[in-house]
Design a protein around this ligand. Structure first.
Ligand SMILES: [Fe+2]
Length: 385
């Protein structure tokens, strides 16, 4: 099978935010459309970016309408502001929510219509405005990826929009920014990156170019997350940044799997932060996927166990099972929810069937080793309740 591998220009390093002005100029910017959120504004990073752009002679217009789990109407409002102000380059600084908001605005700015028109794979026809993305978390991968996740408020559903044109032109990854993140955000972002790496490795369209990046990401996250959380060491945070970029290069090209499909369906319905879903759902979906590709799940198992000092296996299945158990222990060593009932009210359980039916249609489910049916998703929800 033919394969393709596409990534943006990536500018990585401590202080790399300082290149944002030159990047905007190279993209032809006269007036940048800036997207960010409260937290980044309060931490001073947005102000710093505005200064960097002004120093380069670039003006900007700022759209502050970003919340966690970006919503369809926020995209429409942003696209109106973009059109009214004659901006020419889109630049976002923040986590996945800010970056996905910017990507959604880019789609409507150049293609028109409503964001729902583009749900699924390869439905965006016209090229988007140039985009420079500055990630402030080591996780979402929206700065690298061909993905954009927006909540349809009427259906209470996170829509996966996946298309090559959503890949930004430039990604700036500055590990210095991670120092202002909370412990919980560092863990959630790393759990997201780990899920990206594992799902991309297991994907039906994984290639040698994505697999190597998946394995590097898994290794770095397991080796560095505890240290990064305990000490905020810049070296450890930088390793998590490298892991997140690697995982993003993998999943942007190999796509994801059923765990993300279910995380989108549950997270959209109950408005749960994306990074909280993975410690709960990932091991259970991996158990389902073990049967479809025991050899690859064993590769992941061996890697996870090696990093945690367990190295003897009878066969592939044993390595896969021990790997999943090791991952569960790893997640339980952090202060994160491990059961759905910690995030969803008891009456929410009655809604699992329609939510699981929605998960089947998420584009991420297509590349799972064996796409899940609604009752497979329901079994995961019940097991992890
Ligand atoms: Fe994710």
């Amino acid at each position: 099978m033919d394969t393709k591998f596409a990534i943006p220009e990536i500018i990585f390093g401590r202080g790399s935010l300082n290149h944002a002005g030159q990047c905007a100029l190279r993209l032809g910017a006269k007036k940048v459309f800036l997207v960010s959120d409260d937290g980044i504004e309060r931490a001073g990073w947005l102000g710093r970016l505005m200064e960097i752009l002004e120093d380069a002679g670039v003006t900007w217009i700022y759209y502050p309408g970003v919340t966690p789990n970006p919503r369809d109407f926020q995209i429409e409002l942003g696209a109106e502001l973009y059109a009214k102000n004659g901006a020419d380059v889109i630049c976002a600084i923040g986590g996945g929510s800010a970056l996905d908001t910017a990507k959604g605005i880019a789609i409507i700015a150049s293609n028109g219509g409503r964001i729902q028109d583009y749900e699924g794979a390869n439905r965006v026809r016209k090229p988007l405005p140039p985009m420079a993305m500055i990630t402030t978390t080591a996780g979402s991968g929206a700065d690298i990826s061909q993905f954009c996740i927006i909540t349809d408020m009427k259906r209470r559903l996170k829509m996966s929009i996946i298309t090559r044109t959503l890949m930004p032109d430039v990604a700036i990854v500055d590990p210095l920014i991670l120092r202002t993140k909370s412990e919980s955000l560092i863990i959630q972002s790393a759990a997201d990156a780990l899920a990206h790496a594992i799902e991309a490795y297991m994907s039906r369209i994984a290639s040698p170019f994505t697999e190597i990046n998946s394995l590097q990401a898994i290794t770095l996250i397991i080796a560095n997350l505890e240290h990064a959380v305990a000490t905020r060491s810049l070296d450890a945070l930088e390793q998590l940044s490298i892991a997140a970029v690697s995982a993003s290069m993998a999943f942007s090209n190999a796509s994801l799997g059923a765990e993300h499909a279910l995380a989108h369906a549950l997270g959209g319905y109950f408005d749960i932060q994306h990074g909280l879903m993975h410690p709960i759902l990932l091991p259970s979906v991996m158990r389902f996927n073990m049967a479809a590709n025991p050899k690859k799940m064993a590769d992941i198992g061996r890697l996870l166990c090696k990093r945690r000092g367990r190295c003897s296996f009878t066969d592939d299945r044993d390595a896969a099972v021990k790997g999943i158990e090791t991952l569960e222990k790893f997640f339980s060593s952090f202060n994160v929810p491990l059961r759905l009932r910690e995030l969803i009210p008891p009456e929410g359980r009655l809604l699992f069937e329609p939510i699981c039916r929605m998960a089947v249609g998420d584009a991420c489910n297509l590349t799972n080793p064996k796409p899940m049916q609604w009752d497979d998703f329901l079994a995961v929800c019940e097991e992890t309740w």
